[in-house]
Design a binder for this molecule. Sequence first.
Ligand SMILES: *[C@@H]1O[C@H](CO)[C@@H](O)[C@H](O)[C@H]1NC(C)=O
Ligand SMILES: *[C@@H]1O[C@H](CO)[C@@H](O)[C@H](O)[C@H]1NC(C)=O
Length: 373
Amino acid sequence: MNLNKNNPKSMRKLKYSLVLDEKIVKSRCFRLTKRITFAAFKIFTVIFLVVFVVFPLIFKYSYGLQCRVVFLNFIHVAYQSDFSQPQKYGLDGTRNLYLPTEDGITLGVWQILPENLVNSSETDDQYFENILGNGQDVVIYHHGNAGTRLTGHRVELYKVLRKHFHVITFDYRSYGDSTDVRPSETDVVKDCLHIYNWVSNRTSGNIFIWAHSLGTSLAMHSLALLQSKGIQPMGVFLEAPFNNMREEISEFPLARIFRGLPWFSYTVIEPLQENGFTFRTDNFICAVDAPILILHAEDDHVVPFRLGYKLYEEGLRCRKATQGKLIFHGFDGKYGYNHKYICRDPGIHNIIRNFVELAEKESKEKFGKRLIE
Ligand SMILES: *[C@@H]1O[C@H](CO)[C@@H](O)[C@H](O)[C@H]1NC(C)=O
Ligand SMILES: *[C@@H]1O[C@H](CO)[C@@H](O)[C@H](O)[C@H]1NC(C)=O
């Protein structure tokens, strides 16, 4: 184009052609936007269908997937785990051992001596066997899902517990170096029973239970079964417990994005119930004759405080006074203990000591009464 600013005709022509160009670009742009929008919509729909429809449906029909989500037993750092060297994790005076169960399973166990009995020149099995029978109080620790008996926050707790007890901690089947089979609630409870029997065969001291998270339900399930045979521990600590799986499942970090779906119950809650992942701690708590102390932090983001409190309320409702005291101890959210670190509370030693005293006093009163009867 022959541009000449002094020629008005030529300038008009230029303007006109620019407007025309703009129009073409605009309409092309519009078509492109439309195409992109449509493609994005298609992709979004497909993702939505896969994540929120197909995946829940697979979950509904896959027992294996349900199992993995509930137990999270595949989450651990195997390459860093050296179960045979507890001292690597700051636990001296600790023995690593393997216990075979009646149903062909082997359970990995640590026996952690009470702090006052640690003697670095004594490392043979016989010493450990003998010392378990010395009459000192024993606590059996039941860990929650994910990780193993050597996971950091658990080791941190053992160091607190060993100031008061002989500590026995173990991995349920499918966790850590225990036999790798697909777990179920019933089978894992068998592991708890086995450990309880193994300890009670060896100690003349009092047996306490400390359980965390999913472990609270497993421990209480096993204690309810023991109760039916007239066996009960001296006392039970439940750290961050929930009332039952039906209510807890929607709080699982993985489940949170799904719980708003109208089909959440149909694809997630009901199948878990039907397949026996019920974890009815709110039933077991009615059946166990032992004092129970519930510990729960207000800022717990894995097992909400209110579910621990619900369990407490259910216990208050159904337990008879003769079954032992039920105590709830909450921790203010401002301390940041969250799901795993109640053991960092500066008052934890007093809490443990007071509960042990209370449990032993209750037991004496009961035992005294039985003698009189
Ligand atoms: C530790 O064990 C050794 C060997 O049995 C013994 O001689 C020593 O007195 C023990 N130390 C303590 C502090 O008990
Ligand atoms: C405990 O002792 C009883 C009786 O001796 C025995 O039958 C049982 O197998 C033992 N249990 C464990 C887990 O050691």
